[in-house]
Design a protein. Structure first.
Length: 252
């Protein structure tokens, strides 16, 4: 049984076995519960399913791929969720980790969904379009640094692991890919209200070529925008400075 590629779902299938193994081996050794997003043709699934995890499930939107996986790997019966990850409910009652060769067209939304599930998701190992992976992992002061960088790094320690060349895929995408690892930071939540913090960070980068004072005009009264920090641009503030500024304005 063969499967077909669907451009509408952003499908590019990884065929380089060395890269497949590197992705799987990038997961921490003590992981117990694993969700794979978008198993597709089973490139990394075939390695994950033999790992000694307590629980493994994968989530796939494409029914053709589910049929293929059931036929090719009968032991996956009962372990494949037919759903769109962006609309899915939590797959486990306890904490878990996520892994996947993420579809380029929803990779940014996947990270925002992970952030919504941050209290349950301990770790993520994912392949993204390289520029998206760099954006998530970038530090302040760089042109890649933005909303996704600040929000992801507020909750996770992020490591850029390695590049994946286009030739490793069928069909080859027009871009290089990058694999990154996110590990949930220990301790209390950095802010009391994640959604409010998200709005705050988005406002800061809304006019990234201008100062924070311009970005925050719609959120804060003029008297609260007098501090010298508001003369800076959003990309000049570290994640810690964003958290500190938000806390001083909304939680002190």
């Amino acid at each position: 049984m063969q499967y077909t590629l669907k451009k509408s779902l952003g499908q590019h299938f990884l065929h380089d076995e060395t890269i497949c193994l590197r992705i799987v081996e990038s997961m921490s050794d003590d992981v117990k519960n694993v969700l794979e997003i978008g198993p597709g043709g089973g490139a990394i699934t075939k390695y994950l399913m033999h790992k000694p995890y307590e629980n493994y499930v994968c989530i796939e939107l494409d029914k053709d791929k589910i049929d293929y996986l059931h036929k090719q790997y009968p032991s996956l019966q009962g372990k494949i969720l037919h759903d769109d990850f962006l609309d899915a409910e939590l797959p486990f009652d306890t904490n878990f980790s996520i892994i996947g060769n993420f579809p380029y067209n929803i990779s940014t939304q996947i990270i925002f969904k992970v952030l919504e599930w941050r209290n349950q998701v301990d770790e993520v190992v994912g392949m993204f379009q390289k520029e998206v992976a760099q954006r998530i992992a970038s530090k302040h002061g760089s042109k890649e640094y933005g909303i996704l960088s600040v929000l992801a790094q507020a909750y996770y320690t992020i490591e850029y692991l390695f590049d994946v060349e286009a030739a490793c895929f069928t069909p080859p995408p027009k871009v290089v890919s990058g694999v990154i690892k996110l590990v949930r930071k220990a301790g209390e939540e950095p802010v009391a209200d994640y959604n409010k913090f998200k709005t705050f960070v988005k406002a800061a980068f809304n006019m990234r070529r201008k100062t924070l004072r311009n970005g925050f005009k719609s959120l804060l009264p003029a008297e609260k925008l007098q501090d010298e920090i508001f003369n800076k641009r959003a990309e000049q503030l570290s994640v810690e400075q964003f958290i500190s500024l938000y806390t001083s304005l909304y939680e002190s």
